[in-house]
Design a binder for this molecule. Structure first.
Ligand SMILES: *Cc1c(COP(=O)(O)O)cnc(C)c1O
Length: 377
């Protein structure tokens, strides 16, 4: 049996008949930039995320960069003095920290909770200085970080909150969707996310009308009106083709989340009496969308080798926390500074969780891991 970590073709098989004419329509229109589908997707996505506005951008990374720039966290070549600081988690995809660096701000890392892998909100206040301008919580694997304490700190210290919801579109906390808590919410349509595009794409959500306007300028070189620039933006536009494809997929997103949740429940039950394996913990009030299903297992690297030998896809998200990345060495962090992140990087692995997985495939994954554990006792 073969069980890939993600099988995009399985989803596409159910979409092909509708997707092909939609792509053809965009080709026939030759309206590739800012075509009508972009505004339509923005309206649909804002409604889905429970926000007043959504601004399509070129990727999840650019959603983060555009948010920072539009909130004024953006160093110009003429700025003097120390850089702004932005607090985030070291246990995330690189884009979160890379975006902070690229606008000329300094990433300040706060370790994670070991159970949810999200930023430990009890440790944020100690990291705030007079230069802190924003907090970027990451809703890792599809579960929201604890937003209440983050919003309270942001209010107390007058900080912006940018939600990195790249892995959490449609996830909720106490009934409220990701992307509706912060000043902005950033989402990615990278094909491996729960809502994947036909290539790169992203979107920024916000309830702030003025900020939405600034974001629209930002994604178009800060231009308003045409060929007049009051500030320096970039080309962060979302292609019409992407918007058209995503608009077709969005109405099915909740059913794909449901499929992932059912698959998570299957693994949860199958591993419930396996002491060696720790399955994902979902906090009360959180509705998780399982962009990844992450377990802790002893002899993790041997477990990965065993799964791969048996044609089961798996991966490590993420093997090197941000504070240990070479490019951030000058920030001065050292091994041991973020123990929970370092331990997660050493002990966790992702199992296949996509919606179209069959029970037989999941049972095969479970049996293979159980056999591995017996052999490695
Ligand atoms: C995927 C991802 C991003 C970046 O999204 P892209 O669309 O690939 O640029 C940012 N943050 C997190 C947590 C991600 O998982």
């Amino acid at each position: 049996m073969q069980v890939p970590l993600l099988d995009l073709k399985a989803q596409y098989a159910s979409l092909r008949a509708e997707m092909e004419p939609i792509v053809r329509d965009v080709l026939d229109s030759q309206y590739f930039i800012n075509g009508p589908a972009v505004g339509e997707l923005e309206a649909d996505l804002a409604a889905y995320c429970g926000t007043d506005h959504a601004v399509g951008v070129s990727s999840g990374t650019d959603a983060l960069v555009a948010s920072l720039m539009s909130l004024g966290i953006y160093r110009s070549p003429l700025d003097e003095g120390p850089a702004d600081e932005v607090i985030t988690t070291p246990y995330t995809f690189f884009a979160t920290a890379g975006s902070i660096w690229r606008v000329g701000a300094r990433p300040v890392f706060v370790d994670i909770e070991p159970d949810t892998f999200n930023i430990d909100t009890t440790k944020i206040e100690a990291a705030i200085t007079e230069r802190t301008k924003a907090i970027i919580p990451v809703h890792l694997y599809g579960q929201l970080a604890d937003m209440e304490p983050i919003l309270a700190l942001a209010k107390k210290y007058n900080l912006a909150v940018i939600e990195d919801g790249a892995q959490a579109i449609g996830a909720k906390q106490n009934g409220k969707p990701a992307g509706s808590f912060g000043d902005t919410g950033c989402f990615s349509f990278f094909p491996s996310k729960n809502l994947g595009g036909l290539g790169d794409g992203g979107i920024v959500t916000t309830n702030n009308a003025e900020l939405a306007e600034t974001l629209r300028e930002c994604r178009n070189h800060g231009m308003n009106p045409k060929y007049y620039h009051k500030w320096v933006g970039a080309n962060f536009r979302l292609d019409t083709l992407q918007a058209a494809g995503l608009k077709l997929k969005l109405p099915q997103l909740d059913s794909w989340h449901e499929g992932r949740r059912a698959n998570a429940a299957f693994y949860d039950a199958a591993f419930a009496n396996v002491d060696e394996i720790t399955t994902p913990i979902v906090k009360p009030g959180n509705e998780m969308i399982y962009n990844q299903y992450i377990i802790r297992i002893p002899n993790r690297d041997e477990a990965i080798a065993c799964l791969r030998e048996n044609n089961i896809g798996c991966d490590i998200y993420y093997p090197v926390p941000m504070h240990q990345q070479e490019c951030f060495a000058a920030l001065g962090y050292k091994t041991g500074d973020m123990p929970n992140s370092e331990q997660a990087a050493a002990e966790t692995l992702a199992l296949p969780i996509y919606a179209e997985l069959t029970d037989d495939q999941q049972q095969y994954v479970v049996d293979t891991l159980k056999t591995f554990l017996v052999a490695n006792k």
